[in-house]
Design a protein around this ligand. Sequence first.
Ligand SMILES: O=C(O)CCC(=O)N[C@@H](CCC(=O)O)C(=O)O
Ligand SMILES: [Zn+2]
Length: 350
Amino acid sequence: MAKTALLQQGLLEFTLNSPQNTDTFGFELANDTKVSLLAPGVVRFEPKDSIPSRAIVLSAGIHGNETAPIECLDKLVSDIFALEVKLEQPLLVILGNPPAMIEAKRELSVNLNRLFIGKHQNYASCYEVERAKQLESLLDNFYKSYQHLPAYHLDLHTAIRSSKHEKFAVYPFTHGKPWQKSSLALLQACGVDCVLFSNEPASTFSYHSSAKYNAVAFTVELGKVHAFGQNDLSKLEQLSTTLQQLLSDSNLSSLGFKPKQAVLFEVSDVVNKHQEDFCFSFGQSQANFTEYQTGYELAKEGSGSVVIGNGPKAIVFPNDKVAIGQRAVLLVKRMSLSDIEQAEKNHRLE
Ligand SMILES: O=C(O)CCC(=O)N[C@@H](CCC(=O)O)C(=O)O
Ligand SMILES: [Zn+2]
């Protein structure tokens, strides 16, 4: 009965019908792939007779209102149910924050994407805190079942503002390990040429997978937030095709990194909000990646201000409404082609 409902409604509708509680159950598809519904919005696929090459996690809606990637994963799951995707790799699909999806909000109580690597322990119990614990545990079970395989995690989002680079990815801080050209190539195949290299640890879902499981993991931004049903999914065709390749092909070496096409930035500053009156000098219409010169007063806070040093630097994810102590904006510096070549010589990129 629950199996029939899941197959007929698809993962998204099934999840939104029962966003906080669900019976867990499992069944097999006609091609013997094992399907397990592990929690609301979380489904694990285990192909039976394949020799897997990687363990893949695909998540969307960690911020509930980021609908385009949620719809994209919902379609992928329905195509797997219909045996239209050749699934050769174990896969965990996560729709992150179903109650916030219903309310068309980014969060109910706290930002779920700041609660990973155990940071939920610092917060009083609420939906997101309990969900972060649950997702950490399900992720841990999944990656531990396949610890002999390389781990992958694409955490799919959309941005609040418009952006000079519509699609871009955040490459989690690597603690000195070189950035991988093969990872940049995978992103380029998804239609994501713009990448920000983080300069410090974070408590995001992609950093969690990268730091704890050495996963090829990214936060991927796929355009601007719209309501359910208002997305032009044709804009995500490259992503969908590449995800299918990731799920089927044992060898991804045909995906080459194209440095001339790449738009790479290093994060230079993570500006946190310390006081309630933190406020930017620019308006809500200012796009991500707008550049400012040295000396520009970016924000005011208390009796002080945030001024651009060593510019030009561009703004990403500016949000003065975040909770105190949280990130209000990233400042990034564009890498030139010769910076990229230098990074290759220094083995920062290999
Ligand atoms: O548009 C915005 O301001 C936020 C979009 C978003 O949710 N971005 C992620 C990025 C996570 C990372 O830095 O890896 C977030 O803020 O959680
Ligand atoms: Zn998000």
